[in-house]
Design a protein around this ligand. Structure first.
Ligand code: ZN
Ligand code: ZN
Length: 145
């Protein structure tokens, strides 16, 4: 049986359920992720869309369109408390990301069993070190992505 993991926003109005481990965890140090999270980088657990179920209050969405690519990216958040609840991307419609910190018990997200990847280190603020041996890229890991 596939392991289930749950999470949600700080006020409890929105909950989510995922099946199994994410395909990868991406820590993005781009300036846009710094701003949207208010932190050193965004930490996204990337799931196939069909393994994510969201319940409770309807998510609010802010659609950002890239000046460079013209493609959209949806930022999902709780309309009551504003908690960041992940992303969907026009460029990768098959996936849904959830922020690692929004899981009730994020301890299952371990670099030993799941690919962890730091990207856009070119704009890292240096507030948090990348552990030795962890996959790291100056820009995106997917050329053109
Ligand atoms: Zn909330
Ligand atoms: Zn980013």
């Amino acid at each position: 049986m596939t392991v289930r993991h749950e999470g949600g926003c700080v006020c409890g109005a929105v909950r989510f359920l995922v099946l199994g481990d994410p395909e990868r965890v991406t820590m993005c140090h781009c300036t846009w992720c710094q701003r949207r999270t208010g932190s050193a980088f965004g930490t996204e657990a990337v799931y196939p869309k069909d393994r994510v179920t969201v319940s409770g209050e309807a998510l609010r969405v802010y659609r950002h369109r890239s000046d460079l690519s013209g493609r959209w990216l949806d930022q999902h958040f709780c309309g009551t408390c504003g908690t960041n609840l992940g992303l969907t991307l026009e460029v990768a419609p098959e996936v849904r990301s959830l922020p690692a910190g929004a899981f009730d018990d994020p301890a299952f997200l371990k670099a030993s069993g799941i690919p962890f990847r730091h990207i856009f280190l070119s704009s890292s603020r240096g507030w948090a070190d990348v552990p030795d041996g962890m996959e790291a890229h100056e820009m995106h890991f997917r050329p053109g992505g």
